[in-house]
Design a protein around this ligand. Structure first.
Ligand code: BV8
Ligand code: ZN
Length: 320
């Protein structure tokens, strides 16, 4: 079957999508970790979801921070460090360009890596559902201290992860980020073999709370990453803005890019878009990762977002 250039997209599918996209006004995109995979950042699932053999989702909770703030801060400091070493890929730039071409296009990002922002995605059309690694805030209930766009790496000397090659290798073949994660783990643990799962902590140094980021305002609270942890509510202002946009009319197209669509309530926006008339276009490396069953007239583009997304938008945004 003829395919469009090297994207591997069947030409007929691309033609059908392009014709539809041309007539679309209101478009919603839900993006996830797979969008940043070809920038070398590991996804949450599978090997990418492990950090020094610890399950990323087990570390992304208020309870984990309460119990072991030093460990959780090292996890986030490592991810901040990796995200700062990474570069936005063509999919980040293509989404930003589509937003500039169509003010009725909004992107809901589950990602906290800051890459869409660094691709100059118009900020009023980019909604960060899970916050960002580069905001930090006080954990003292009575203190409202927040610091945005904090790019100092590391934030405090105690979090200076071993000076090592970031292990980022936006590889030409591995587009799920799992190879990158494996080489990062090996670089971090200094072993060239697989992580020794039995040694769960893998010599992660114990840090004293007094050496962790402290609040300069109340001097009575640890600072924490400005991300939404499991069990925490998504930012109310963001959800209200998105809800108002959804309520404002029918939706022509819902793009689901690089996400397993398993995290709620983020995944719920796909179903809301569907209920407002949207057709769904999925871009995922894994053909099994569909957000519920697809209807006739939807699309599933299998492959790396960094290749697929610029290709399917080309008729509107030109060459990225
Ligand atoms: C809440 C920040 C309530 C931290 C993250 C129903 C309704 C509401 C809640 C729930 C519910 N059911 C369950 C819950 C609880 C929970 C939840 O969803 N649990 C899951 C495990 C079922 N939800 C919550 O806790 C949420 N809070 O509901 O609070 C509440 C209400 C009021 C008051 C108090 C409380 C909060 C969830 C937010 C958690 N925080 N991130 C951090 O990052 O450390 S989520 C985290 O997971 C990241 O944001 C990440 O984006 C996300 C993982 O999802 P993906 O992005 O999809 O990444 P993943 O690795 O899974 O998949 C990658 C995909 O890309 C794959 O499909 C892969 O095939 C594909 N891919 C790989 N490479 C490529 C590619 N695709 C294209 N190209 C490639 N190259
Ligand atoms: Zn404070």
């Amino acid at each position: 079957m003829p395919s469009a250039e090297n994207s591997g997209i069947p030409a007929a599918e691309l033609q059908r999508f392009t014709a539809y996209l041309r007539g679309c006004k209101r478009i919603l995109a839900l993006v996830g970790a797979g969008l940043s995979a070809s920038s070398g950042l590991p996804t949450f699932r599978g090997a990418g979801g492990l950090w020094r053999s610890l399950d990323a989702t087990a570390l992304a909770t208020p309870e984990a921070f309460e119990r072991t703030p030093g460990l959780v801060w090292q996890f986030y400091s490592y991810r901040r460090h990796m995200a700062l070493q990474a570069e936005p890929n063509k999919a980040h730039y293509a989404l930003a360009e589509l937003a500039r071409k169509n003010e009725d296009f909004i992107t809901l990002s589950q990602n906290v890596d800051g890459l869409s922002q660094r691709a100059n995605h118009p900020s009023e059309q980019l909604h960060l559902l899970h916050g960002t690694l580069f905001d930090i805030k006080c954990t003292n209930f009575y203190c409202d201290y927040t610091r945005e766009n904090e790019f100092t790496d590391p934030i405090v000397p105690a979090l200076d992860i071993p000076k090592l090659d970031s292990g980022l290798n936006p590889s030409a073949v591995d587009k799920t980020g799992e190879e990158a994660a494996k080489s990062m783990r090996e670089a971090l643990s200094g072993t060239q073999t697989e992580i020794d799962i039995s040694d769960a902590n893998n010599q992660i140094p114990e840090l004293d709370a007094k050496d962790l980021p402290q609040c300069p305002k109340c001097n009575d609270g640890l600072l924490r990453p400005g991300v939404v942890w499991f069990g925490e509510a998504l930012p109310e202002k963001t959800m209200n803005t998105v809800d108002e946009w959804i309520a404002a009319g029918t939706i022509d197209l819902c793009l689901v890019i690089g996400t397993s669509a398993r995290i709620w309530p983020a995944a719920g926006y796909i179903h809301e878009a569907r209920s407002k008339g949207a057709r769904i276009a999925v871009c995922n490396m894994d053909p099994k990762d569909t957000p519920g069953e697809l209807h006739k007239g939807d699309w599933f583009f299998t492959g790396d977002a960094g290749v697929i997304v610029p290709e399917i938008f080309k008729s509107i945004i030109g060459e990225i």
